[in-house]
Design a protein around this ligand. Structure first.
Ligand code: SAH
Length: 217
């Protein structure tokens, strides 16, 4: 694994974790996973010195790598158990997928922008992370690989896609920001039985939009 890891990176990650604790992240396994992923390798070179700041940054193709706090909140809400089969919609930089892999999940991730998909499906294995990467429209999920124990959507949706609810296992959890372009409520949908779903809200966030279709360059 090539990580360019230095004690300085480890020190900065420790500070990031301390900051996330202060902001209310309590799940030790989530903090440990974030503590292991070399976020500096997921950033564009212009922003690399900010890799361990608790902020979102541009990753090209008009998209962003999520803020670590947001990654921590979504990962915590998923309640990942080792061996869980997880679908991520919005691969982006691949950072969230790496955090899920560090938690012991089997990760399937979909990205609608070819450019980002091409970059990440090559880059992640080079640094030791092996999710199943797909190019496609995450609105539709991955029916051929369903059901999933957990589903995470890392872009803001205007409503909850029915296809994703259908691809949840019974007792499975879907974590998805839902709202308008300015503000989304973090929503957790639990499939209680074949036909019953429970819906909880966990505060406001701002994500780039979940868009229909694919971008083929
Ligand atoms: N999880 C990412 C965050 C990326 S931002 C990370 O850790 O870096 C959200 C991503 O969702 C963007 O890359 C965007 O292109 C992608 N996206 C938006 N709509 C989508 C859709 N319908 N299907 C798949 N990906 C989508």
């Amino acid at each position: 694994m090539v990580t360019n890891e230095t004690p300085r990176h480890q020190g900065m990650r420790k500070k990031l974790i301390d900051g996330l604790k202060i902001k209310g992240i309590r799940n030790e396994k989530v903090l440990e996973a974030i503590g292991k992923v070399p976020r500096h390798l997921f950033m564009e070179s212009t922003f690399i010195q900010f890799a361990y700041k608790d902020q979102a940054f541009p990753i090209g193709a008009g998209q962003t790598i999520s803020q670590p706090y947001t990654v921590a909140v979504q990962t915590q809400l998923l309640e990942i158990e080792k061996g869980d089969k997880v679908l991520e919609v919005g691969t982006g930089s691949g950072y969230q997928a790496a955090v899920l892999l560090e938690m012991g999940a089997k990760v399937f991730t979909i990205e609608r922008q070819k450019e980002l998909y091409m970059k990440v499906h090559k880059f992640l294995p080079e640094i030791g992370y092996n999710p199943a990467c797909f190019f496609g429209d995450g609105y539709k999920g991955l029916p051929n690989f369903a059901p999933f124990d957990k589903i995470i959507v890392t872009a803001g949706a205007t409503s909850v896609p029915e296809d994703l609810k259908e691809q949840l296992a019974v007792n499975g959890r879907l974590v998805i920001p839902v709202g308008n372009e300015h503000r989304q409520e973090m929503t957790v949908i639990t499939r209680i039985s074949e036909n019953e779903f429970r819906n909880e809200k966990h505060g406001d966030f701002v994500f780039v939009p979940l868009l229909k279709g694919t971008v083929n360059f």
